[in-house]
Design a binder for this molecule. Sequence first.
Ligand SMILES: [Zn+2]
Length: 384
Amino acid sequence: MHDCHREISRWLEPLGVKVRIDSAGNLRAVYAATEPDAPRLLIGSHLDTVPNAGAYDGILGVVVAIRLLEELQGRKLPFAIEVLGFSEEEGVRFGTPFIGSRALVGRLDQELLDAQDAQGISVRKAIENFGLNPLNISQAALENDTLGYLEFHIEQGPILESLHQPLAAVEAIAGQSRLEITFSGRANHAGTTPMHLRRDAIAGAAEWIGRVERAAQAVPGLVATVGRIDAKPGAANVIAGEVRLTLDIRHSSDDSRTRAAGGLIWEAQDIAARRGLSLRESTLLSQRAVAMEPFLTEQIEHAILKTGCKPHRMVSGAGHDAMILAEKVPAAMIFLRTPGGISHDPAESVAAEDVEKAIQCGLHLLDQLAASPEFHKSPTFTKG
Ligand SMILES: [Zn+2]
C-alpha cells in the first residue's frame, strides 16, 4: 500500500495537488477551488482489493478521479475537489469492510480498532505498523464543508452488458439479510428405513431451497441465495440428521427484503412441521438499503445523456464506500459496464471506450454542478 500511495502521489504531483495519508490510511488530495474557503466535492473509491483479484475494482474510481483533475487543465471550479483512495474496503484482513470510509463518518470506533486479523494483530496495531497514529483517527473525519461524494466503480455484474450500455446511475445500494437455517431430523440407515418412516433433514432442506429460488423469481429486484449447505453425518448410506444452510437475501426496499425473509422462514417451518423435522433460524446480518442522493443521481443521468448514452438507473447488489459516506453527506455512484459481469477475479476487465465515456460523463457532471448554485452555495445541502 505504501508503494501504491507513492505511485498515485507521483500521478498527482504535476497537478500541483498535495497528497496526505490520513490516520486511517486513506489517500487524500485536494484540488483547489476558485476561492480559498470554498466547499469541497469528494470523488474516489478504494485502493485495496481481494486475493486473486482483478485490476479494476476500486482503483478505477480513483484513476478516473485523477483523470478528471488532469482534464480540467488547471481550470478552477467554485468548489474544491478532494480525491479519495480508501483503505480496507473489502474487509479481507480484519473481516470488517469499509474501515477507511468508516473513519470519515466517525464510525472507526474503539471496538473496530480492537478487531484482530488471523495473526492476532489489531487494526490499531496495523495502523501503527503502517507508520500512522491511531490516536488521530478523528482527524480523518469529514470536514463540514463537504458538498457530497461521487464514486465511479465497475458494476461487477452482467446488467449493463445485457443492456448494451456503458454507464449507469446507481439509485440505491441494496439492503441485505444473512440467515442461518438448520433442519434437524433423525439420522438413520439408508437401507433399512422405509421412505414413510424417515425424518430426512436433507430432503426437507432441498424442498426449501427450491422455494427460495421461486420466491426470489416472483419478486422484481429480489435476489436470494442459498450459498452453503452442510449435511450431517454426510455419508452416502446414512439419512441426514441435520442440515445447516445459509440464506443471503437482498433488495433495494427494506420492506420487500424483510417480508421475503419472513415468508421464507415461515415456509421452512411449514416444511419442517410436515416432515417431522425441527427448525432453528438465526439472523447473522441485517443491513438496511441505502438510497443515493436524488439530486446528484439526476445530474449523473443528465451527464450520461450528454455523452450520447442512455442513462440506465440501477440498484447495486454489492456494498460500496458510497454507502458509508451516505450516512453523512449526499452520495452518488456511476457504474461502468463489466465485461462478462466478472469481478473479484483476474479476468475482471473494462473497455477503454467505456472508461472514456465515464470521464466525459464526469466532466459534464462537474460543469453541471459548477453551474448549480443551489448545489455548491446552499449550506442546507450538506446533511447534519
Ligand atoms: Zn469495490
